[in-house]
Every structure is written in C-alpha cells, then in structure tokens.
Design a protein. Structure first.
Length: 249
C-alpha cells in the first residue's frame, strides 16, 4: 500500500478544499477527515484522509494512494485559478498500526478498528492484518473496490464518515444528494461469506444464471463484493465457490 502525502497550503487552502470535496473541512478541528473528490457527474475520482499540517504555517496534509497522487494534484491545480493555494508532495511517509499509538499518531477517521496513522520520515506498519480488518468492517480500497465507475454512497462513504450532507456545494454534490434523498440503492458494497475458494475479480452468478456482481477483496472465508441486491437474496456462485450475502455496506 503505497501512499503519497501531499500538502495543500496557502491562505485560501481551507476554503478551496471546502468547495471541492465531499466532507466538511470544519471537522479538521476535531481530527482527521475522510473525504473524496468526485467528477461533476458524481463519480469517484479519489479518496483521501486529511489532517492539519504540523507547524506554524498551517495547511493540510492529504494522504492519498500513490497511484492517484499525480492525477489528484493536477485536478486540484485546475480548480485553484487565482486562489492562494500551493499543492506539493510533502515528502512524508505513512506509518500505521492498531496497537498502542506512538506520539504524533492520529486516529483513522473511517473506523476505530483501523487504528492510527502517523506521518514522518519512515513508512511501514505494525504487522496488523489490514486486509482482514478492511473486509470485516467493509472499508473499500482505492483501485480494488473503488474505481472510476464508483458512486461513494454505494461504497459506504456515509457509514465511513466520508461525506457530509449539510456542508453545501462541492463538485458532484447534486448527484450524491439525489442518491441519498430520492432513491433506494439497488447496488453496492457488501460483506459476503465464501464456501470454497474464489479469486478477487470473479463474477458472481445468481440462481437464474444472471450476473449479480463481482468479488473483490478476499480474507479467509469472508470477502467484499459489489452486488446487485435484488439478485443476492439467495446464494450466489463465484466459480466453484458459494457466496452468501451477510451485510450491505
């Protein structure tokens, strides 16, 4: 899991991000914030964890999957126009764990079970099984569950503290609000039980032979899947394995 820690600094940094991301920047006063940036059509571009940058100059640290860092920095730069905002690679590394938190560590805002994150000169973790934790608590991962066709509400962002419906406008807000208030989600992330062996990416087939979704992260006999809920009331097949819906995300 390679992460890049960007800095967003300048006198307009907070207001600039407030108008672009799915969560409320005012929450930084209480600790790290999980959020996403969306397309104008409401689809996923990137998810990240924000925290206040240490030091007298202020600014924000933006912790993002390294595969998306250059795209995200470029996209943010497109929006800044004449705002006093600078976007750069901080050079910091991520440490994380679920044991006793070291000095300077911050809580993962998505779920308490994900432990702490610390930004500094070294990278690594304490050996915790983060795959098992993600699967157990239905936390999607960049490039696995989360991709260009994802809608954040289908991926559990409300449950994971990644979206605020009272903050006002941001890019993609109208589509997200409409999904929240006017429709019932028919598809989305789910926790499933596996009987047998199946690989991530396996297509799930319902009892009528119709495609019902796809398997993603697998940990032991549990997995995350993207499902059509109307086709998941009965056991599904993933190759030779049987899949049973346990919980919607």
């Amino acid at each position: 899991m390679a992460r890049t820690i960007l800095t967003v600094s300048g006198s307009d940094a907070i207001g600039f991000l407030q108008g672009l991301i799915t969560n409320d920047m005012a929450k930084l006063a209480q600790g790290p914030v999980y959020a996403a940036m969306l397309t104008p059509q409401g689809k996923y571009l990137a998810d990240f964890i924000l925290s206040a940058a240490p030091g007298a100059n202020g600014g924000v640290l933006l912790d993002v999957d390294s595969s998306l860092a250059a795209m995200l920095a470029q996209r943010l730069s497109m929006y800044k126009l004449r705002a006093d905002v600078q976007i750069a690679d901080s050079g910091l590394q991520l440490q994380r764990g679920t044991g006793p938190a070291p000095q300077g560590a911050l809580p993962d805002p998505r779920h308490p079970a994900l432990g702490w994150r610390r930004y500094g000169p070294e990278a690594g973790d304490d050996g915790s099984d983060f795959l098992a934790l993600r699967v157990a608590h239905m936390v999607p991962e960049t490039g696995i569950e989360l991709g260009p066709d994802s809608y954040i509400l289908e991926m559990g962002f409300e449950r994971l503290n990644g979206v605020d419906f009272r903050k006002g406008c941001y890019v993609g807000q109208e589509v997200t609000a409409r999904m929240k208030h006017k429709t019932e989600l028919k598809k989305g992330l789910a926790l499933v039980a596996l009987e047998g062996t199946a690989q991530p990416g396996t297509v799930l087939i319902d009892e009528k032979g119709k495609e019902a979704g796809q398997l993603h992260s697998v940990s032991g006999n549990r997995a995350l899947a993207y499902l059509r809920f109307d086709r998941a009331s009965a056991p599904l097949q993933a190759g030779s394995a049987t899949v049973q819906l346990l919980e919607r995300g």
